[in-house]
Design a protein around this ligand. Structure first.
Ligand code: ADP
Ligand code: G6P
Length: 470
């Protein structure tokens, strides 16, 4: 922390690590890049369960200038809060998947109580002039609970995932309570303007809010600022990863195996929001409609398992493995396997090497808050031979990366023809598109994301206008 700077206290369900260990999740990656530079306290869940749960003793690990303080959950909390409300209700709903969302009173109750207990454990660790920054859909109520505990300093909230339109969000029985709880923050941040507008529309239509300006909304006696802060990566650091010896080994290995074949990669947590089934079908359509690719391309999908205790994720894995088997069965030859799925984790350096070996990266989520893989792929490319990014129109990153080949991930034909275009793109066009994307990735790094959020939080004006009717 620089002299005169206020301490940053970040709160998120997942905490750390700060080093280059494999970790799948944009929040952990973006936040650790930002915190490593600024220092501060990072508070959240230990990732473990114990009988005492949120009453367990806090554990603190200090790395560089960051203290990571965590507490456990018990089995009931893990089930109701994490698997239940966060990942069976909020995650699908906010990703526009009303068909997958499940609602039950018990998990809502546990979710609220875990928010309350995390706030109660954090409050004694805070100083009045700390800046508190709460992250993601696990902790919508944390700010209002901290206020209940008497904390009067600045509290901001950033949603890493999409905020769906009010027509969908109102299906959640506690939707009004959640948005009212978001009004306890001084600043709420979103990845894209679509998310921000959906939130404002909910405040206006459902809670009778009035817009005071483009960024400020009043609901009753609360005034909150809602702004867009697209998360980024540590672009210069990532470029260095991509030329590290570990990256080089992975790049070389993949190039050796591919030989003359062009490499297509996808890197995603195994999650139904990532559009993997649709992507595999798009690849199959490529082999059907453009037979010159048979034997001449190979597709590696890195897909670390995620939330695998949940039925929807078990089902997704089964479906993907079946589909990959079907495609390989249909097209493979003795010396060529078209598609390979790997569920293991990699270090960030190793992943950078994998990106660098690829001619095409497929980032085709059905809905995604931002998608850091898209930005990592761009930062990892060799300027003398850059690859092509095929990007879903429904990824937050699309707003910053118009030079990617933008596709509708639901359309098998669209994915197949974009893939064909990427595989046959002339060098000059590849280079021009990549240069545009590289500029964008460097213009919106994790450092800029963190600094602009904190500055906006320090300046957020929560006062009622003088002429406001009471
Ligand atoms: P999400 O946050 O939904 O998982 P993002 O694309 O924003 O999606 O972030 C995913 C992050 O996880 C990226 O930084 C990516 O490099 C990392 N990641 C994905 N797969 C792996 C893996 N197998 N090993 C290590 N890190 C991974
Ligand atoms: C997304 C969410 C994060 C979450 C991550 C991994 O990036 O925005 O909050 O940590 O996915 O999911 P998990 O359930 O393993 O924490």
């Amino acid at each position: 922390m620089a002299d005169g700077q206020r301490r940053l206290v970040a709160v998120s369900n997942r905490v750390g690590p700060l080093n280059d260990e494999g970790k799948a999740g944009g929040l952990a990656v973006g936040l650790s890049d930002a915190l490593k530079r600024r220092g501060g306290l990072w508070f959240g869940w230990s990732g473990d369960t114990s009988e005492q749960g949120t009453f367990s003793e806090a554990q603190t690990e200090v790395q560089d200038s960051v203290s990571m303080t965590t507490i456990d959950m018990n089995q009931e909390e893990l089930e109701g809060f994490y698997f239940g409300y966060a990942n069976r209700s909020l995650w699908p709903l906010l990703h526009y998947r009303l068909d997958l969302a499940q609602f039950d009173r018990q998990s809502e109750r546990v979710y609220r109580s875990v928010n309350q207990r995390f706030a109660a454990r954090l409050a004694p660790l805070l100083d009045d002039d700390d800046i508190v920054w709460v992250h993601d859909y696990h902790f919508f109520f944390l700010g209002s609970e901290l206020r209940q505990c008497g904390f009067e300093g600045r509290i901001g909230f950033f949603l890493h995932i999409p905020f769906c339109p009010p027509e969908i969000f109102t299906a959640l029985p506690a939707s009004h309570d959640i948005v009212r709880a978001m009004l306890a923050y001084d600043l709420v941040g979103f990845q894209t303007d679509t998310d921000r507008r959906n939130f404002l529309a909910f405040c206006i239509r459902e809670l009778g809010g009035q817009k005071l300006s483009d960024n400020r909304i009043r609901v009753g006696d609360r005034v909150v600022t809602a702004r867009v802060f697209p998360i980024g990566i540590d672009a210069p650091g990532y470029e260095r990863f991509a030329v590290s010896p570990e990256a080089g080994e992975h790049e070389e290995m993949l190039r050796d195996i591919a030989g003359e074949r062009l490499q297509i990669v996808g890197v995603d947590r195994m999650d139904y929001s990532k559009g993997l089934v649709e992507r595999f079908r798009g690849f199959e359509r490529l082999l059907e409609d453009y037979p010159e690719n048979r034997g001449n391309v190979q597709f590696l999908q890195v897909a670390p398992l995620s939330r695998s205790e949940l039925g929807a994720y078990v089902e997704l894995r089964r479906e993907l493995e079946e589909l990959a088997g079907h495609i390989n069965g249909r097209f493979a030859t003795l010396d060529w396997t078209p598609i390979q799925i790997m569920t293991r984790g990699f270090t960030r350096r190793a992943l950078a090497g994998i990106y660098r070996a690829a001619r095409v990266c497929l980032v085709t989520p059905l809905r995604d808050g931002m998608n850091l893989v898209a930005k990592e792929f761009v930062a990892a490319q060799d300027p003398d031979d850059p690859g092509v990014l095929v990007l879903s129109r429904f990824a937050g990153a699309r707003a910053e990366l118009p030079d990617a080949l933008i596709v509708n991930p639901y359309s098998t034909d669209d994915v197949a023809s974009a893939l064909q275009r990427a595989l046959t793109m002339p060098f000059d066009e590849r280079k021009r598109r990549w240069e545009g994307m590289r500029e964008a990735v460097f213009a919106g790094t994790s450092e800029i994301w963190c600094d602009t959020f904190i500055e906006a939080l320090e300046n957020a004006d929560a006062s009622l206008p003088e002429d406001a009717p009471q």
